[in-house]
Design a protein around this ligand. Sequence first.
Ligand SMILES: Cc1ncc(COP(=O)(O)O)c(C=O)c1O
Length: 400
Amino acid sequence: MESKSLQTARRMRALEPSATLAMAARASAMAASGIDVIDLSVGEPDFPTPPHICQAGDEAIRTGKTRYTPAAGIPALRKAVADDYSRRSGLSVTPAQVVVSNGAKHSLHNVFTAVLDEGDEVIVPTPYWVSYAELIKLAGAVPVLVETRIDDNFKLSPEALRAAITPRTRMLLLCSPSNPTGVVYSAAELGALADVAIEHDLAVVSDEIYDQLVYDGRESVSFPTLRPGLADRTVVVAGVSKTYSMTGWRIGWTIAPEPLSKAIGNLQSQETSNPCSISQHAAVAALTGPQDCVAEMLKAFERRRDLVAGRLSALPGIRLPEIGGAFYAFFDIREPLSRMKADGIATSMQWCEALLERHHVALVAGSAFGAEGHVRMSFAASEEKLAAGVDRIATFLGVG
Ligand SMILES: Cc1ncc(COP(=O)(O)O)c(C=O)c1O
């Protein structure tokens, strides 16, 4: 008789694997077999980690900083995060409010696990970053997806937020600048959402991992700054992955009111202990060292944004919102899709699969972000690759 002893738990059966990582894995398997693939699937800066940050990691190894650290992070990094955030936001945050984790994804998992009870509802505007819904479900809570439309620049309105609130609503999740849309909310737009959150006593998780990657001279606004007292109900999530091109170092953090920070630290002490000691020292160098590397990467991303937005919006039937930040173009393919049915292509997933198979460009289907009829292109790639990628898309659409 076949044993069921290692059958997975119910919570695992509902868990979807990350669609972006799955697409990237397919693209790299094709590349390994010698195919010239242009992989624009994954949200990862293509720049090397700046040398002074790598040197700090190196130095940490050479000087024996290779042991357990306090679970919530080394004091120097918690202070560097608190100081950096306080300086940029104008709020006064203490190191005790900061918990450093194994990437911002882990920080999000910590917050959901520490705050949400079984059956609590979390309002998540769509299109949403792929991991939100799965991490919320893992915590036993319920993601309530609220659609936003390209005609509204993919922004959640206070009216739509209000309409989604039920007696079980516990939390609102916001991401600005947004993955996957690249849209940046204005202070007024966020303020209007903050008013609804206050009125209904909601917690807010503000994913600000792209806060320094904003274009056209925009200033990014941190959510808790928008109304007095908002910091008492908000957790800010951020990290070094995107700003300093440090995705593999796995350092992210939460900034939360002190009692919740303590709870998150306790959770982490049982789950994973500390994040990598070497990476923590490198992250201190990132936050306290010279910042021209950030400005340089930003300039390169802005040029790529101009290239991709200009070329994609010139393609017939393709629409995209104004990309104010992050490094994604999230475009509407409903019009071309409607013409491709005879070719067996009716969904964004089939569109992406056909593009990959026939023209060797990897994008991610909008369905993975809760927005069928769209696709996401990461422009964290060289201008040559991006131009060639758009050329291949044009050929796929029959206009190249
Ligand atoms: C919106 C958003 N939040 C969080 C993360 C996770 O970042 P990290 O690599 O630090 O876990 C990502 C990474 O893609 C992201 O796009």
